[in-house]
Design a protein around this ligand. Structure first.
Ligand SMILES: Nc1nc2c(ncn2[C@@H]2O[C@H](COP(=O)(O)OP(=O)(O)OP(=O)(O)O)[C@@H](O)[C@H]2O)c(=O)[nH]1
Ligand SMILES: [Mg+2]
Length: 214
């Protein structure tokens, strides 16, 4: 959206910046492609660096433009990806429900966020590839429930392949962001959540926490 266009011209009331992160091949790009294009590709290229997508949705009669940033799960692109965390209003942390390893790494993704994203960012957890659960062993439900409780995350189980819960997850985060921003009654709602909030408190040197959520 061009910055000089106003609400009447575009029908867009709010621009929300949302970013997806998680291990390589968990399905971040596929989730976005399912949401923005309604398509799924078995052979999709790994993301290089960071890619941008957008989709306008109607949420309770409000036009919301979602700017969706897709990051690579590869270690070598993490410094680029991290530079996009700040200013994001929502973060979708993705793991693959058939990959214990990708679930095990969720905590370290949250730790990255605690260092590099705005403290008030809305976060949700997505376990993708639910269509493969009958075929492969999947991450224990109790472990997922414990993590979501510990980190205070809402959880969606999705399949980019079948489309299960994809729209619901995006609409949920869009609504959470909308409610958070409108709490502030800003003059211009197309503001970054970052600009309405203080910077995250940096942990003092030597200070430790058992939780990934501080
Ligand atoms: N069965 C199934 N396969 C999926 C699903 N989502 C993604 N895939 C497949 O998983 C592979 C990786 O998907 P991507 O969307 O590229 O994963 P990514 O997280 O974006 O990977 P990076 O960009 O490398 O970090 C592809 O072969 C997809 O077709 C799903 O919900 N179900
Ligand atoms: Mg990708």
């Amino acid at each position: 959206m061009k910055s000089h266009q106003n609400k009447a011209e575009t029908g867009v009331e709010l621009v929300e910046k949302v970013l997806l992160l998680g291990d390589i091949s968990v399905g971040k790009t596929s989730i976005i492609t399912r949401f923005t294009e309604g398509a799924f590709y078995e052979n999709i290229a790994n993301t290089i660096g960071v890619e941008y997508h957008r989709k306008t949705i109607n949420l309770k009669g409000k036009g919301i433009e979602m700017e969706i940033w897709d990051t690579s799960g590869q270690e070598r692109y993490q410094s680029i990806a991290k530079s996009f965390y700040r200013g994001c209003m929502g973060i979708i942390i993705v793991f693959d429900v058939t990959s214990e390893k990708s679930f095990g790494n969720v905590k370290s993704w949250i730790e990255h966020l605690n260092c590099d994203a705005d403290s008030e960012v809305v976060k949700i957890l997505v376990g993708n590839k639910s269509d493969l659960k009958d075929e492969f062993s999947s991450v224990d439900k109790t472990e997922i429930a414990e993590l979501t409780k510990e980190c205070n995350l809402v959880y969606f189980e999705t399949s980019a392949k079948t489309g299960e819960n994809i729209k619901d997850a995006f609409e949920f985060i869009a609504l959470q962001i909308y409610e958070k921003l409108t709490d502030f009654e800003p003059r211009d709602r197309r503001v970054s959540l970052a600009s309405s909030k203080k910077s995250p408190k940096k942990r003092e040197e030597g200070e430790k926490s058992d939780s990934c959520c501080n």
